[in-house]
Design a protein around this ligand. Structure first.
Ligand SMILES: CC(C)(COP(=O)(O)OP(=O)(O)OC[C@H]1O[C@@H](n2cnc3c(N)ncnc32)[C@H](O)[C@@H]1OP(=O)(O)O)[C@@H](O)C(=O)NCCC(=O)NCCS
Length: 187
């Protein structure tokens, strides 16, 4: 039986692995693509804010799913652009340029929703209630820290994930043909 626990300091590789395996077929099958995606979307959180991240850990205590959260979008903008964007540019310059813009939507909605999250669970552990448990753990953690809201970005075509977020109380803040931005106030 898997259980929910906090991510630990230094647990970067398992987070990158889950990110690679859940970001689509190309990311799963092509290590170069997967590595680039993991560096863009997951490494920062495991390094800088593991204390507000939770994992589903299997029987051997190995993470098989995560909810990654940066509670402070201003800190994210500063550190992500200082440390991660240059590292991503080294791997692939255009991905680095793309990544430089990642903090923009978080800053735009940052007054009401200063925190943002990413949630991914390995396929064999999906649809068993772990995503809901991860979200509950995170919302309780953010509430105890006095964080007023958390937002996220998803692909508009990811209907299953959007249904999941809506069921948990997330509202749509902005919907485009590409990404959809959702948020929840924490009371
Ligand atoms: C989206 C995601 C995080 C949701 O997590 P999850 O653990 O699968 O979600 P839950 O199991 O809590 O809930 C999802 C579904 O399972 C059902 N469910 C909940 N508890 C369950 C249980 N104990 N047993 C069986 N089904 C259950 C829910 O009714 C829900 O059904 P729905 O499809 O009608 O919404 C996960 O599926 C995932 O990682 N997907 C791939 C990556 C991804 O899309 N990430 C989001 C990017 S924005």
């Amino acid at each position: 039986m898997a259980e929910i626990r906090k991510l630990r300091k230094g647990e970067i590789y398992p987070v990158e692995y889950i990110c690679r395996m859940t970001a689509g077929n190309l990311s799963k099958k092509e290590p170069i693509v997967g590595n680039r995606i993991a560096k863009m979307y997951s490494t920062y959180y495991a390094r800088e804010c593991y204390d507000t991240c939770f994992v589903v850990a299997d029987d051997e205590d190995k993470p098989v799913g995560y909810i990654l959260c940066e509670p402070d979008c201003k800190r994210y903008r500063k550190l992500y652009r200082k440390i991660d964007v240059p590292a991503i540019k080294e791997i692939d310059f255009s991905c680095g340029v793309e990544a430089w813009f990642f903090p923009v939507p978080y800053m735009f909605f940052g007054k009401k929703y200063p925190a943002h999250l990413h949630i991914d669970i390995l396929e064999e552990y999906q649809n068993q209630g772990y995503g809901s448990k991860l979200m509950k753990a995170l919302l309780e953690e953010l509430k105890s820290r006095g964080v007023p809201g958390v937002m996220l970005m998803a692909n508009s075509e990811n209907e299953g994930a959007i249904r999941f977020y809506k069921r948990l109380g997330f509202k749509t803040l902005l919907k485009t043909k590409g990404p959809i931005i959702m948020g929840i106030e924490i009371k």
